[in-house]
Ligand binder design. Structure first.
Ligand code: PBE
Length: 292
């Protein structure tokens, strides 16, 4: 009996030692952890490179995409592994998973900011009603969060999900439409980046302009740099997902004199490093303590 007990004790010890050997679920990051990032041109990527410098982080930043970041997050959460991603709100991932922002005592990621609609020069002179519509276009957290969540949960094309949202929210969007709004079949090109909030807003505006205002609207996805330069040189009519004054400050500096800022369409956005709530740290300062 004694022998059996000690064998159990030895085995328990062996297994618990094995569990400390840097496996993923022992309360720290797997070996050589990366910060899962998004598209290279995103402001949050530049901010994260600054954070790596300022906090001396022993982690590399992985260039990826908005959707790939969310799926990496989902996979890690399924296995309860530690993961850190470049995250932002508004974003449906906060409704889907239990997540938290790591505190940023050095203030690298800036404060809350707003999402602006930026348009090609002359848009408001050429089409004042369109400019009025874009100036009126504004979504609350509940409205944008709901639409984003619907798109994430659906297999249908985003524009069809936006149309279903329109059917349920006519009181919201009808207030954006100037009297007698009619584009007379004019062609428009909207630029967007593959970021959930921009996908949602862009598909909604596209659907509204086609179905309710008689425009012919194409949407084009690209990285942020080409979108800002396209709006400035007039090859793109407008972009709904400009994060100001912080995240897209460098684009504003470069192109702000040429594009026209039609004001904000969402208030209270923020960016930062985001982890699942089971990741047992609160601050970016603590990240290195948990790197193997
Ligand atoms: N984001 C979402 C963008 C702006 C929209 C925070 C990823 C960025 O970092 O540039």
């Amino acid at each position: 009996m004694k022998k059996v007990l000690s064998l159990v004790a030895v085995l328990t010890l062996v297994f618990s030692l094995a569990a400390c050997g840097g496996s993923e679920d022992d309360g720290e990051f797997a070996e050589n952890p990366q910060i899962v990032g998004i598209e290279a041109g995103a402001g949050i990527m530049a901010a994260t490179n600054t954070a790596i410098d300022e906090y001396d982080l022993e982690m590399e930043l992985l260039t990826s995409s908005g959707p790939a970041m969310v799926s990496a997050l989902g996979d890690a959460i399924e296995n309860e592994e530690w993961i850190v991603v470049t995250g932002w709100s508004p974003h449906y991932k906060f409704a889907e998973y239990d997540l938290k922002y790591l505190e940023d005592p050095k203030g690298v990621y800036g404060d809350v900011e707003n999402l602006h609609t930026v348009a090609r020069p002359e848009l408001s002179t050429d089409d004042p009603d369109l400019a009025t519509f874009l100036e009126n276009f504004y979504m609350s957290g509940t409205e944008l969060g709901g639409l984003m969540g619907d798109i994430a949960a659906s297999d249908d094309d985003a524009i069809e999900v936006a149309r279903a949202w329109m059917a349920d929210n006519e009181d919201v969007w009808s207030a954006w439409m100037p009297d007698g709004f009619d584009g007379g079949g004019a062609e428009l090109e909207i630029g967007y980046v593959n970021w959930a909030e921009g996908v949602a807003m862009t598909n909604l505006v596209q659907a509204l302009l086609i179905d309710e205002a008689n425009y012919s609207v194409e949407i084009t996805m690209a990285d942020a740099g080409p979108i800002f330069s396209g709006v400035s040189d007039g090859s793109i009519d407008f972009f709904l997902d400009a994060w100001l004054p912080v995240t897209h400050a460098s684009y504003q500096e470069q192109y702000g004199d040429t594009y026209e800022d039609l004001g904000y369409n969402f208030e209270g956005a923020r960016i930062g490093l985001v982890v699942p709530t089971y990741v047992d740290i609160d601050s970016i300062d603590e990240l290195n303590d948990y790197v193997n």
